[in-house]
Write a protein that binds this ligand. Sequence first.
Ligand code: ATP
Ligand code: MN
Length: 464
Amino acid sequence: MGKVIRTKVKDLLKLTPGQEVLAKGWVRTKRGNKNVAFIALNDGSTINNIQVVADVAGFDEETLKRITTGACIAVRGDLVESLGGGQSVEIQARSIEIYGEADPNTYPLQKKGHTLEFLRTIAHLRPRTNTFGAVLRIRHAMAFAIHKYFNDKGFVYLHTPIITASDCEGAGEMFQVTTLDLNNPPRLENGGIDYAQDFFGRQTSLTVSGQLEGELGAMALGEIYTFGPTFRAENSNTPRHLAEFWMIEPEMAFYEIEDNMDLAEDFIKSLVRYALENCMDDLKFLNDMFDKELIARLESVVKTEFVRLTYTEGIRILENSGEKFEFPVGWGVDLQSEHERYLVEKHFGRPVIMTDYPKDIKAFYMKQNEDGKTVRGMDVLFPKIGEIIGGSERESSLEKLEARINELGMSHETLEWYLDTRRFGSAPHSGFGLGFERLLLFVTGMGNIRDVIPFPRTPKNAEF
Ligand code: ATP
Ligand code: MN
């Protein structure tokens, strides 16, 4: 008998019956009677299981007893047409090797229907559930689709630093990186910490965005994107915020705000389309289990044109809505998720790209409008999520940028390298940041951002 190599379950289910096969995976369930045992086997390659049929007479009783939910086994046998409903082929087992048992008294994933909250406490095992298998396969497919999208368009994948000495947004939500002895740090005469003695000879943190370095790339390579981890020490315990998340940040020379909006809209639509074309088994599962409108919503987003409106128009709609918001609206306020969702879900019923925000609620680098009050920022707002993308056309004039930096009382010192892009060969350019997990919330229909990343980091939680 020739050597039989392992076939993944996904491929087994497409094979024609009548051949010898070898399958390896984890037991989802075992049932049966005195004569025959049915084992549902899953190896993570698909949401679907392969059914293994073992005639009790042909196996040692002890071996069959050790095959319980969660155990890992290798099955050799014949692929045959399945008589039972639900699957087209099954394996008639000839031999079964047990790689690892899973004690039924202690294996936590015995029964179906564990809550998502409980599964978070066993994040090391939850990839073995149907739900997290589906989410993690979709997460992979989306990461691949993102690289494919930009590669097809000729964008260069730029790796921006994770440890940084600049604070992109000027906000105090950064995690410090230090090798100083926190119990006894070196001190300056004035009592402050002497960062000159720290590892990098200055104060450093984990990045909150790769944008500033991304702009340097765009001013040389034309069109770049970053796709990497991002860290924010914001103490917001919401279903949409993580302390460690992944962000995609394209940055393009010669793009004005309209080009930026066109790219953002086309980008998201093409990712959703990719999911519909490549992840249907997993989407169907999530649609049936969690969100009956998921697939319909994805299909509709691919087809609809996003609304484009200015912040000022948006505020007017909210003020005239007659709706009672928890946070009152008025020109100048930063929109809350409830406002964004009102516009997207109730007023327009489709995604919205909002532009031209008051300069005081946006970052220093955004292009200033003629009115002296607003900047060319753009947020893409999505149903169920609110902000999924934040971006802008960047201020390309050195003079205006410096004036804004002074106005905000920011230090030039750590930004000199950034200002060089405006000193030498400055050009109109734009970019945006898409939160990868926010995209995944939309594509999977999951309600909590902790459930679309393998190991979530949130305030008071860095387990696993
Ligand atoms: P929000 O107002 O929702 O906190 P933000 O204005 O801080 O977002 P940006 O700084 O513009 O967001 O970041 C770009 C994108 O990164 C956002 O549109 C969002 O998709 C994502 N994002 C921002 N903060 C987080 C976070 N804490 N966890 C997950 N994704 C995030
Ligand atoms: Mn934020």
